[in-house]
Design a protein around this ligand. Structure first.
Ligand code: B12
Length: 338
């Protein structure tokens, strides 16, 4: 069987970087004509290229516009592969695939959807950011065998949790996946998903061997896994925390006075993101979620001329503001050490 090569990936990156849609589609289809299974084109060509695009953006080598155009081309490539290569059968069962509310990374979910379709599932792909109540009413109406929830950013984990519980309450078992569920999708298990998978390839195996229960695993008496509601209280104070940090930063970080309106807005956005990731880390009670985000943020800011030490300053400011939130202070201290 023919495989995707490093040279293929380099060429594909060039094509999507140029926004060369027709050429990228032809390139991907030609690989399948050479004998590469369409699933491998998605998982070994498109997926790693998308990850590479994320790195190029984070390191300020590609603009947001370049990332958007490349992602759009990749979406067309996945669509073309799906249109050209129809599954041989669809007898495994009905699988609904949806991104959780507020989750706009539709392409990872789409890749997963097509890969499972090629494996014989009758897939209904609902796309990006599906509001929880709408997803649940869809499940009631169509009664699939499984619902697969996709989450790429951990700040959407609370929304994922609501949907997992509601789907199970409706008797539909839940498979959770996407990088937002963390290493080996472990936060998916923490949130009560019936099964998790770290990649689409792994998910195919999980789905094949999973004897679906007649009803979901939902237990209304199941104890909550979070011992307190620090994440809820802090989320409500997000605007207030950001405003206080901006005031404080203006005094300690004189360069802020010279910032343009756009730069100020971007700074406020980043400060808000720190609070959102802190809340997500409190929600699943895992410092790795917060420290991974901070490492990424330091790279992003560093390559855009903002000293990474400014992140530590913000963590200190939040720790002062959140003096009566012990778990948040522990997360902030871990973030400081990371
Ligand atoms: C393109 C992109 C976007 C596009 C998405 C467009 C689209 N149509 O999908 C847009 C511009 C919307 C976007 C927005 C943002 N993004 Co973005 N984005 C990306 C990028 C570059 C590529 C995404 C992609 O296609 N990945 C490729 C697939 C293959 O990745 P994958 O997650 O591994 O998916 C596989 C598995 O997880 C699995 N899978 C997926 N879903 C499911 C579901 C189930 C049930 C199962 C079992 C498996 C499964 O199957 C896939 C194939 O194996 C990634 C970089 C990256 N490394 O992924 C960043 C990335 C995901 N984004 C990131 C961020 C931070 C953001 C923003 C917050 C940026 C911002 N400042 O606004 C927003 C958040 C928006 C939101 N709330 O959703 C970060 C997340 C960091 C973190 N700590 O989690 C990343 C990782 C970039 C980074 N590190 O530099 N983004």
């Amino acid at each position: 069987m023919t495989a995707v090569s490093t040279a293929d990936r380099a060429r594909y990156l060039e094509l999507v970087g140029d926004g060369a849609q027709a050429a990228a589609v032809d390139f991907a289809l030609a690989l399948t004509e050479r004998g590469v299974p369409p699933r491998d084109v998605v998982l070994d060509l498109v997926a790693p290229t998308q990850a590479r695009i994320g790195e190029l953006w984070a390191r300020n080598e590609w603009s947001v516009a370049q990332e958007h155009v490349a992602t759009h081309v990749s979406e067309q490539v996945v669509a073309a592969l799906a249109a050209r290569h129809r599954p041989q059968h669809s007898g495994r069962g009905v699988l609904v695939v949806a991104c959780v509310d507020g989750e706009w990374h539709a392409l990872p979910a789409r890749m997963f959807a097509e890969v499972t379709r090629w494996d014989g599932w009758d897939v209904r792909f609902l796309g990006a950011s599906v509001p929880g109540p709408h997803l649940i009413s869809y499940l009631h109406r169509h009664g699939p065998d499984v619902v697969a929830v996709s989450c790429s950013v951990p700040t959407r984990l609370a929304a994922a949790h609501r949907v997992i519980e509601a789907a199970q309450g409706a008797g539909i078992p839940v498979l959770a996946g996407g990088r937002g569920f963390g290493p080996a999708a472990r936060w998916g298990l923490r949130l009560g998903a019936d099964r998790v998978a770290a990649s689409a390839g792994e998910a195919v195996e999980v789905l094949r061997t999973w004897l679906l229960p007649a009803v979901g695993q939902y237990d209304p008496l199941r104890e909550s896994f979070v011992s307190d509601d620090e994440h809820v209280l802090i989320a409500k104070r997000n605007t207030q925390l950001v405003a206080a940090a901006m005031d404080d930063l203006a005094q300690r970080f004189p360069a802020l006075a010279g910032y343009s309106a756009h730069q100020r807005e971007a700074t406020e956005y980043d400060l808000g993101q720190i609070v959102e990731f802190l809340c997500a880390a409190l929600f699943v009670d895992d410092t790795e979620l917060f420290t991974t985000f901070l490492q990424w943020l330091r790279v992003v800011l560093g390559t855009r001329g903002v000293p990474p030490s400014s992140v530590d300053l913000v963590l200190d400011l939040y720790a002062q503001q959140l003096y009566d939130f012990p778990r948040a202070r522990a997360q902030l201290a871990a973030g400081r050490r990371s």
